[in-house]
Design a binder for this molecule. Structure first.
Ligand code: FES
Ligand code: FES
Length: 152
């Protein structure tokens, strides 16, 4: 089946099968591999994207459900003038090790700061609890979120 959706501000079409996830369509058909596939069960957040502005796990959304909607992936956060401030903060804070969790955390952090420009540590912990990282111990990730918030 054909779907048409706006991805990162661009109208795109894709041919997908009925049971195909949005994550698979993004990575395999639409050539946007930034969203990572780690668990495919909604457990790790590595596939986090925005669907009409709401944070979702792309592995739990059918590609067909995104037909006619707006999707923002980690690739879409970058502006004409460079990295998104959350991306830049992750780099500067050293919050990236293997990097597998990073795209999802960056998207989730951008969504958080959009709603709450100055979140407390408790709010950060709560809001990013769906994004798992096996490498960093989370301290540097918190540093990155605080740094990005300070630049809001
Ligand atoms: S791959 Fe989607 S939540 Fe883990
Ligand atoms: S940096 Fe490796 S899983 Fe987070």
């Amino acid at each position: 089946m054909k779907i048409r959706l706006t991805i990162n501000g661009e109208l795109r079409e894709a041919d997908v099968w009925a049971g195909e996830s949005l994550l698979a369509a993004l990575r395999d058909t639409l050539e946007l591999p930034g969203s990572k596939n780690a668990c495919e069960q909604g457990e790790c957040g590595s596939c986090s994207v925005l669907l009409d502005g709401d944070l979702v796990c792309a592995c739990l959304v059918m590609a067909a459900q995104a037909d006619g909607h707006e999707v923002t992936t980690v690739e879409g956060l970058r502006g004409d003038d460079g990295l998104h401030r959350v991306q830049q903060a992750f780099v500067e804070a050293g919050a990236v090790q293997c990097g597998f969790c990073t795209p999802g955390l960056v998207v989730a952090t951008a969504a958080l700061l959009e709603r709450n420009p100055s979140p407390s540590d408790d709010v950060i912990r709560e809001q990013l609890s769906g994004n798992l990282c096996r490498c960093t111990g989370y301290a540097k990730i918190f540093d990155a979120v605080r740094l990005a918030a300070a630049r809001t």
